[in-house]
Design a protein around this ligand. Structure first.
Ligand SMILES: [Zn+2]
Length: 482
């Protein structure tokens, strides 16, 4: 078992749940979805800092825990915001600010290279560690999709209702449609006008820095590039999701808890009863002065020549291998997720540095053959595994569970406690009853009869889950120091 010196105060949300992922349960219970997809968006301007990597790591770990706890397939969708501004210019005559996005500055290949450089290693490691698959999409790819464009066109019917939510000070919805000739667009869309809206699409007029007035059409299947500012983009993205086989969850940095007030206001103003989006907010990372760790702060800090720990701002400066950095990052993310009090709070860079560097040298047994797979488990069962009296763990045979093989390391977790085990044997059965006919009832749970255990299991797993099959996983405790 591992313990740490991390202490966190209680708060309303942490107090209401047993585990951070419990916030997903109401929606999961109300859906027939067989897959849960965690979407995490990241601006691709320059190298990421620790806060970005932490949100991404937590997306994988939350997905893994949700998969294991709710018995639902889970995946991560990494959404690269290649519409981040790469350069700006001001029209000397009018003072209008123009910008050009990364997508309009770089080739698609150059954007792939950027993603590769900053994220691929981390994502591959997280995917193999958690068994959670991931996809990478770009904003440019998303804005081309007919459903995204159609959803945007629907919001235009409510433009007067939403523009004050998207821009409470000025009431200006920032719809940027870059000049088709040079790719520059007005940053604040002051001169961009919606002139026509009908069933087939929308017609805008706008002004280019180099080419003056131009017209641009947006329809579901074509037209100009549609660059929406952050709040508007999130409103459209969240409305694109329909209840179905996949349950979408937005993974957002903690600072979004403030911003989502405006997104929700816009959803309300549109009024169509969209299912409210499911979001999970990750800890906010703060600079020593209490402000959010940000890229602009990073620049100021560099300019001021202050020696903030370099690797917090630029992970490539970590004093060790990339693998070592990813290991420390993942273990820290696991620690934050291990208790809702650790998850629903903020961390200063100082505390985060302490956690990442302390755990680096004392990391629990993850050096052996293969990384352990984490399995969240209720306290009563955790204690039985930890004291060695429960040697068979029972799970529904989801695809993710079917990947477990003899010899694999399983790390059972309950809050901050962990118990490392190795798989001796995996047996599959058609039903729980059939399983109990073969397996030793006392090895599954030494404190309950077969009848009591079946009743408890059936209360958790409805017949359609049991229909997937049942796995009995025989385990042996492993001494992490051995
Ligand atoms: Zn132009």
């Amino acid at each position: 078992m591992s313990t740490t010196a991390l202490r966190s105060p209680n708060n309303v949300l942490a107090n209401a749940v047993e585990d951070a992922i419990d916030v997903l349960r109401p929606r999961i219970l109300a859906t027939d979805a067989d897959t849960i997809e965690f979407t995490v968006g990241t601006q691709i301007n320059g190298h990421p800092h620790i806060g970005t990597h932490l949100v991404q790591s937590l997306a994988f770990l939350v997905a893994q825990e949700a998969r294991d706890a709710f018995g639902i397939e889970a995946k991560v969708c990494f959404h690269a915001l290649d519409n981040a501004p790469a350069e700006t210019a001001t029209d000397p005559m009018t003072g209008t600010v123009y910008q050009r996005t990364y997508r309009h500055m770089l080739t698609e290949g150059a954007i792939r290279d950027l993603l590769d450089e900053h994220y691929t290693r981390l994502f591959d490691t997280l995917a193999s560690r958690t068994g959670v698959p991931f996809t990478v999409t770009t904003y440019s790819g998303q804005q081309e999709m007919p459903e995204y464009r159609a959803e945007f066109l629907r919001t235009l019917e409510h433009l007067d209702g939403i523009r004050w939510w998207l821009s409470p000070a000025y009431g200006a919805a920032h719809i940027r449609i870059p000049c088709p000739q040079c790719g520059w667009s007005e940053k604040h869309a002051e001169q961009t006008r919606l002139v026509e809206l009908d069933d087939s699409g929308a017609l805008f007029t706008a002004v280019c820095l180099n080419h003056g007035h131009y017209e641009a059409n947006i329809d579901p299947f074509g037209g100009g590039y549609l660059d929406l500012a952050t709040l508007y983009r999130n409103v459209v993205k969240e409305r694109c999701y329909r209840p179905g086989h996949t349950l979408p969850v937005m993974v957002k940095g903690g600072d979004w808890t403030f911003g989502c007030q405006l997104v929700d206001g816009a959803h309300g103003a549109i009024g169509v009863p969209a299912v409210p989006p499911l979001r999970i907010f990750t800890p906010l990372i703060l600079a020593p002065d209490g402000g959010k760790l940000s890229k602009s702060l990073l620049l100021q800090t560099e300019q001021a020549g202050q020696a903030a720990t370099g690797w917090l701002l630029n992970p490539s400066a970590w004093p060790g291998s990339t693998e070592d950095y990813v290991g420390a990052l993942t273990e820290t993310a696991e620690l934050l997720l291990s208790d809702p009090k650790h998850f629903f709070r903020s961390y200063t860079t100082t505390e985060l540095e302490r956690l990442m560097t302390t755990r680096r040298s004392t990391s629990p047994a993850n050096q052996g053959q293969g990384r352990p797979r984490n399995m969240a488990i209720y306290r009563q069962y955790f204690d039985l595994i930890a004291n060695g009296s429960k040697t068979v763990e029972v799970r529904v045979a989801y695809d993710s569970m079917k990947r477990i093989r003899p010899g694999d390391l399983l790390r059972f977790t309950c809050r901050e406690d962990a118990c490392l085990t190795r798989v001796k044997r995996v047996a599959s059965y058609r039903t729980f009853k059939e399983m109990f006919a073969t397996e030793d009832v006392k090895a599954v749970n030494p404190t309950a009869t077969e009848e009591e255990q079946l009743r408890a299991i059936h209360a958790i797993f409805p017949p359609e889950k049991e229909a997937l099959g049942v796995l009995a996983i025989e385990i042996d405790r492993v001494n992490p120091d051995a």
